[in-house]
Design a protein. Structure first.
Length: 554
């Protein structure tokens, strides 16, 4: 036991000897203290490590936040530029200017950034741009060739010497933007070239002098141009979407040939043929058609197009030429035959005169000479009449160059006055309309026409009380209609068309050219003529004023 209390002055405290138990207790306490100290050291070290980790994490978070903000700015820039690329309403200048403005926020120091594009010699820049020595630049390539540059400039004020001004990611962004611009510009130029090409094609397609029909594999019309609509007389809306074989524009007799042609085109051939079309007016139109296949990008035939050339006038001209040649052959045959008669008479009479003049003349010879001379005169007159009529026939087909306003009634009056003797001899009663019209024409043509009509009536009307009537009607568009009729025997059945053929003669003789001259003149003035029997011969024909005269001149 220890004494309790404070030692007195001068007293010594004597340590008490520890027993084994006390020593064990003290050792245990020492170990616990040491363990606590070691735990405390470990805790302090752990806290220091955690603090260091926190500092590193904060730095990493700050760094990641900065990079994320930069990437967001870059993505925003790329999105905005992509949106501008898809705009088709922007001019190239407006496109460049918007791209340059969209780039500025994507850089680290946007308040000091200026952007510029130089393209094909033209310069575009952002607002407040100033060229500096601190810049990044990338080439703009169009189809592999340098067409310009995309630049980013930093204003030099506030720049720290030795500081890296541009981030590596900004360089990558500039690469991407330059690539986008290169592709966008190349596509724009291609689209513009394609648009110009399409416009040229459209103008050629629409305004070519040829009719163009395009239809798909189901024979549905998918394209017609102005000329096609003009010729067939239907609008584009009426034709498009219809089956070309069912629109009634192809002549029914040519449908099978048209199908054969289409099969050839669908087999990859270019087919040429002549096909007849029927216009809305009912007029027949002849086309020289060239059919060709249209292919898609894979090489498959998707449609058929035809460059149809209107050869109607050419065919009519060819038919007219054939008719004229046939007429010329007939002329040559008939003229040679008809001229041989009077020529033979003249030759025979001339030989008789020569024989008689070779010896002494008797009273009988003088009488024979007079008969021979009369034969020569008649033969000469016959040949002269035939030649004159043929010349008149040729003249009748000539287009008048200088037409005058002709009073048709006055011309007919002159014709009747010149034939008044024959009219009186036949006791023919002539009736005329009060108004026989005024026509812009060559006066000689009008005279020839009615002189031959009156002469024909005088020659063939052998009835007991002969009559001749001439009537007139003024139609629309300056067309005049005339009816010349008599009460004679009429036209023999089957000869209604023949009477207008040159050198076709009736039983009363004549050269057979009169009515051929009439038809030539009628056709020269854009008219037509026909004849039928109605108590005699009834000729109906139309005349239109000369095209050399303005409408209203007659």
């Amino acid at each position: 036991m220890y004494a309790v209390g404070m030692p007195g002055e001068g007293e010594r405290i004597m340590p008490r000897r520890l027993n084994q138990r006390d020593r064990a207790e003290m050792d245990l306490q020492r170990r616990r203290i040491k363990e606590l100290e070691e735990a405390l050291v470990r805790e302090v070290e752990s806290r220091e490590t955690l603090a260091a980790h926190c500092i590193e994490s904060e730095e990493a978070l700050r760094r990641y936040s900065f990079e994320l903000e930069e990437r967001i700015k870059e993505l925003g820039c790329l999105y905005e530029v992509s949106r501008m690329v898809e705009r088709r309403d922007l001019t190239l200048a407006a496109f460049f200017e918007r791209v340059l403005e969209a780039m500025i926020p994507a850089w680290r120091y946007p308040e000091r950034v200026g952007t510029r594009i130089i393209f094909r010699g033209a310069e575009y820049h952002s607002g407040g741009f100033r060229e500096t020595g601190v810049r990044q630049s990338r080439d703009i390539l169009v189809r592999g060739e340098r067409a310009g540059s995309l630049e980013v400039h930093y204003r030099e004020d506030g720049i720290v010497p030795g500081q890296e001004h541009f981030l590596e990611e900004e360089g990558e962004l500039l690469d991407t933007l330059a690539g986008m611009l290169s592709r966008a510009v190349a596509r724009r130029e291609m689209e513009e070239a394609l648009g110009a090409s399409e416009e040229r094609y459209r103008l050629i397609y629409e305004y070519t002098g040829e009719a163009v029909f395009t239809f798909d594999l189901a024979y549905t019309l998918i394209g017609v141009n102005r000329k096609a609509c003009e010729i067939v007389g239907y609008s584009e809306e009426e034709l498009l979407g219809g089956n070309i074989l069912e629109l009634s524009i192809l002549h029914p007799d040519d449908l099978e040939r048209a199908l054969d042609d289409i099969r050839g085109v669908l087999g990859g051939e270019v087919v040429r043929d002549e096909l007849r079309f029927i216009a809305r007016s009912g007029t027949e139109v002849i086309f020289e058609v060239t059919g060709a296949p249209l292919f898609d990008r894979r090489g498959d035939i998707v449609a058929v197009t035809n460059v149809a050339h209107n050869i109607t006038e050419q065919k009519l001209a060819e038919a007219e030429l054939m008719r004229i040649n046939a007429e010329l052959d007939a002329y040559a045959h008939v003229v040679s035959h008809d001229l041989m008669g009077p020529v033979s008479v003249i030759t025979t009479a001339s030989e008789a005169l020569r024989e008689m003049l070779g010896g002494p003349l008797t009273a009988d010879d003088v009488e024979r000479m007079e008969r021979a001379v009369e034969m020569i005169r008649r033969g000469t007159d016959t040949a002269r009449m035939l030649v004159e009529d043929l010349l008149n026939l040729a003249y009748a087909g000539l287009r008048p160059e200088d037409a005058l306003v002709v009073d048709v009634g006055e011309v007919i009056g002159r014709v009747l006055a010149e034939r008044s003797g024959a009219i009186a001899e036949k006791r023919m009663r002539v009736s005329l309309d009060d108004d026989l019209g005024h026509l812009a024409a060559n006066p000689t043509h009008i005279y020839q026409l009615f002189a031959n009509m009156v002469g024909n009536a005088l020659a063939y009307n052998d009835s007991a009380g002969p009559r001749l009537s001439i009537q007139h009607e003024k139609g629309e568009d300056g067309v005049h209609r005339y009816i010349v009729s008599d009460n004679g025997p009429g036209i023999p059945p089957g000869d209604e068309e023949k009477v207008f053929q040159p050198l076709f003669k009736g039983e009363s003789g004549g050269t057979g050219v009169g009515l051929a001259i009439v038809r030539k003149i009628v056709e020269t003035y854009g008219g037509s003529i026909e004849v039928r029997n109605e108590g005699g011969a009834r000729f109906e024909f139309t005349l239109r004023g000369s095209p050399a005269q303005p409408v209203g001149a007659f």
